[in-house]
Write a protein that binds this ligand. Structure first.
Ligand code: YOG
Length: 141
């Protein structure tokens, strides 16, 4: 039985988020706004079909995918990169035990993220090149 990520989660702690933004070439002013934001993650899960909404007062990012199915990803409003099927650029989410693991093959090396639940918190590890950022979310009542 896979983990259940569904619900509304609010960002509690963020480690190395600015370093992650830097490696994605996000400019100074945008970084300062981004690191000060409260983020809410809204997850809808139906078997292996997922919808992730990352919401803030500055920008939102929505992603829908099915585990095991490659998809095009355009990181609109984030670093605005294309991660496309049919080129060597593609995103894919798989289960590694109870961890949801996304690889984002594209212009940036070693890019991806992992989600898991630990002690009733939602963890998000964001990776790009040699940077690993960890965000922890708690359930929003
Ligand atoms: O989530 O990939 O949960 O899609 C944002 C990284 C900041 C805008 C969080 C807006 C952004 C400027 C990860 C913040 C890096 C910063 C709220 C989003 C680039 C630019 C949207 C993400 C996955 C996993 C699901």
């Amino acid at each position: 039985m896979p983990a259940d990520f569904s619900g509304k989660w609010i960002l509690e702690t963020s480690d190395k988020f600015e370093e992650y933004l830097k490696v994605l070439n996000i400019d100074f002013a945008t970084r300062k706004i981004a690191i000060s934001l409260s983020q809410t993650k809204v997850v809808t899960q139906d078997g292996d079909k997922f919808e992730f909404k990352t919401l803030s007062t500055f920008r939102n990012y929505e992603l829908a995918f099915t585990v095991g199915v490659e998809f095009d990803e355009y990181t609109k409003g984030l670093d605005n990169r294309n991660i496309k099927v049919g080129t060597p650029h593609v995103s894919l989410v798989t289960w590694e035990g109870d961890k949801l693991v996304c690889t984002q093959k594209g212009e940036k090396a070693n890019r991806g993220w992992k989600h898991w639940i630990e002690d009733e918190k939602l963890y998000l590890e964001l990776t790009c090149e040699d940077i690993v950022c960890i965000q922890v979310f708690k359930r929003k009542e």
